[in-house]
Structures are given as C-alpha cells and as structure tokens.
Design a protein around this ligand. Structure first.
Ligand SMILES: [Zn+2]
Length: 74
C-alpha cells in the first residue's frame, strides 16, 4: 500500500516495531508490535485491533517482561 504522506513515494511494509505509549506521566513500551511502516519516511500504521490490544494490556497492568531506564535529554 502506498504511503499516506502525500509527497512520499514509499510503500508500507509489515514490520515488528517497538511502540511506546504514555499515559498520565507513565510510559509503557511494547516490543514486537506488528505494524505497517513506510519504507521511505517511516510513517507507521497500527491495526485498530493492535491498538485495542495495547489499551487492554496497559489497563491490566500485567508485570512487565523487563524494565528500561528513562533519561531526560537536556
Ligand atoms: Zn512514506
């Protein structure tokens, strides 16, 4: 499928990505999320089912697989 960004000549490709969600000053990082990613500009599309699944996972507050440090860039 052609990229949604008007001037971009790229095509979306199925990839597994890292996806970060922030809510109320909390961050949730998801690994191996299936997404459509533009081969040129990197525009990313998530399927609505994937978005719903991520919402559910952040609400359930299941124990994470790993922890990651968060840095302030200044
Ligand atoms: Zn693009």
């Amino acid at each position: 499928m052609k990229c949604n960004i008007q001037v971009c000549p790229g095509e979306y490709e199925q990839k597994m990505i890292f996806h970060t969600v922030s809510r109320n000053h909390e961050f949730f990082v998801f690994e191996d999320v299936p997404a459509e990613v533009c081969s040129v500009c990197g525009d990313t599309l998530l399927h609505p089912d994937t978005v719903r699944n991520i919402e559910t996972l952040t609400r359930k507050r299941k124990a994470p697989e790993r922890f990651a440090p968060v840095y302030q860039y200044s």
